[in-house]
Design a protein around this ligand. Structure first.
Ligand code: 9J3
Ligand code: ZN
Length: 284
């Protein structure tokens, strides 16, 4: 009888011990060190591995997953990113590595054809979300928190990001559209925190006919921000621009990880030579 009671006591206390044993987990979803002005303008603290996704998956054209190697701080939020018109996943390697190094599992999809238009890209982003959360390889699945995902993309992939955000399941917590391009200028149905990153000298997705109208139309988003990279052109998303990285990462940290250590970098909005415009809805 004493043995039985002991076994019951062990069964009751072990799960509790498991819950309190991990201080990193107890803090919530915060991952990595506290940010600083300089850390946010560079790569993050996590080393990154990659895994390729076959083009035979359903709903999108395959791609590459970038994920932090660490397993000591708990799981990471995810991001699914679509390239722009005629572009391939491989053109976003520096951007994907940078975001992953700050503590996110990043799936950069290839689209079914490089000529797909924004809404088709948006549907493929959502198929990527399904793949990442349900069918990812075990090394990725072990590191991913499948309940906290962001949608993102460049140009027509940024337009697709707005479509995906407008049609997203509840696990999608945030959106980041880089130099987005779309014929539909109004997105009042988006109900997740959304950041638009424009490029001041973009001649393909000009900010006055794309990024800024999109930002203004996001009337249903609980939070939104618009950052415009000074002197930049449309293809800045294919580079490793520091301010673009800072904006992208801080939005994911705040709204996918609920990491309020990033609040001072978003509210009040940053002011820098490297930003030609910044607008936001900073919460009280
Ligand atoms: O990079 C892009 O997705 C560009 C959008 C574009 O070229 O639209 C023209 C039809
Ligand atoms: Zn300027």
């Amino acid at each position: 009888m004493a043995i039985r009671l002991g076994a019951i006591a062990a069964a009751l206390t072990l799960p509790l011990a498991g819950l309190v044993a991990s201080p990193a987990q107890a803090e919530g979803y915060e991952r990595g060190p506290a940010p600083s002005e300089s850390s946010l303008l560079g790569s993050g603290s996590f080393s990154v591995s990659t895994d390729s996704v076959s083009s035979f998956v359903s709903g999108f054209g395959g791609g590459t997953i970038y994920y932090p190697n660490s397993t000591s701080e708990g799981t990471f939020g995810g991001v699914v990113f679509s390239p722009g018109f005629t572009a391939r996943a491989s053109q976003y390697i520096p951007l994907a590595r940078r975001v992953a190094s700050h503590g996110f599992v990043v799936l950069v999809i290839d689209t079914n054809t490089v000529y797909d238009y924004p809404n088709t890209r948006g549907r493929q982003i959502l198929a990527g979300v399904e793949y990442l959360t349900e069918d990812a390889p075990s090394a990725v699945a072990a590191r991913l928190d499948e309940s906290r995902i962001a949608v993102a993309g460049h140009s027509m992939g940024g337009g697709g990001t707005l479509y995906a955000a407008d049609n997203a399941p509840g696990i999608v917590k945030a959106a980041v559209a880089l130099q987005p391009w779309h014929t539909d200028k109004t997105w009042p149905g988006v109900r997740i925190p959304t950041m638009i990153i424009g490029a001041e000298n973009d001649t393909i997705a000009g900010v006055s006919s794309h990024s800024i109208p999109f930002y203004n139309s996001l009337s249903g988003a609980p939070e939104k921000a618009y950052g415009e990279i000074n002197n930049a052109g449309h293809l800045i998303a294919n580079s490793d621009d520091d301010w673009q990285g800072r904006l992208f990462v801080s939005w994911l940290k705040r709204y996918v990880d609920e990491d309020t250590r990033y609040d001072p970098y978003l509210c009040p909005g940053p002011s820098s030579y490297y930003l030609s415009d910044y607008r936001d809805t900073c919460p009280a």
